[in-house]
Design a binder for this molecule. Structure first.
Ligand code: DC
Length: 229
């Protein structure tokens, strides 16, 4: 009998995955796991130890002492310290694509993520959830949005936080990160074969959440029907 359910949401940067995933988790009372925050926390760890995020040898040095935890309120803890705001810094954002590309880092974080999903119903978002972390997820969403829609969302967020950055800088950074994430050797960003592609360019958050929940119930219905036969 099936015990725990999982929803995998992948897609490029700023496609609205985390807002949708949080909303879905809240409505279904599932645990939300932000895997991007885990790669960001590891990058912050490297930078705070004055190590080079591009160096696999440097990354390897920190993995044995790495402890990551996410709580139900969406905070992330690195070795017991709450680093939720530090992981959103520009320095971390500019370096995370390099630190997360090392095989040793991916292996360690993927195993932590799989462990987290073993004992709870989860909504997990990232780049390789449907392809690598949870290949048996009950529902896989690959969320996309045009680069302009994504840049506009990020720009509005930054302006609200009082950060000085231009729309064009944000757009170029998204294009750069998408390129690195989808061309890296290990676990590149790509949709799983059985993922449902959801284009959210013209959708409100509420519409995204409702669409994912409807798809989930359609899938879960199938699982139940198959189990009963
Ligand atoms: O979703 P985000 O922007 O917080 O992700 C930060 C970085 O981490 C991004 O460059 C891609 C990477 N990432 C990844 O490689 N695999 C994941 N499962 C999640 C994020």
């Amino acid at each position: 009998m099936k015990q725990f359910y999982s929803i995998a949401i992948d897609g490029p940067a700023a496609s609205g995955k985390s807002t949708a995933a949080k909303g879905v988790a809240k409505k279904l009372q599932f645990l939300y796991i932000d895997t991007g925050a885990m790669y960001r926390a590891f990058t912050h760890y490297m930078l705070s130890e004055h190590l080079n995020p591009k160096s696999e040898e440097d990354a390897q040095k920190l993995l044995p002492s790495l402890k990551l935890k996410e709580d139900k309120e969406g905070h992330i803890f690195l070795n017991g310290e709450d680093v939720s705001s530090e992981v959103r810094s520009l320095e971390v954002t500019n370096n995370v694509s390099y630190a997360c590309a090392h095989l040793c880092v991916r292996e360690k974080l993927v195993s932590l993520q799989q462990e987290m999903a073993r004992s709870e119903n989860v909504v997990m978002d990232g780049r390789d959830i449907g392809t690598v972390v949870l290949p048996d997820a009950d529902l896989k969403i690959y969320q996309i949005a045009s680069v302009d829609a994504r840049a506009k969302r990020r720009y509005d967020e930054f302006i609200e936080q009082g950060l000085k950055i231009t729309y064009e800088e944000i757009k170029q950074d998204l294009i750069r990160r998408d390129y690195i994430d989808s061309h890296r050797e290990h676990s590149p960003l790509r949709p799983a074969e059985d993922a449902i592609v959801l284009d959210t360019s013209d959708m409100t958050i509420e519409e995204e959440i409702n669409a994912i929940i409807t798809l989930f119930y359609q899938k879960v219905g199938d699982i139940w029907n198959n189990t009963e036969k």
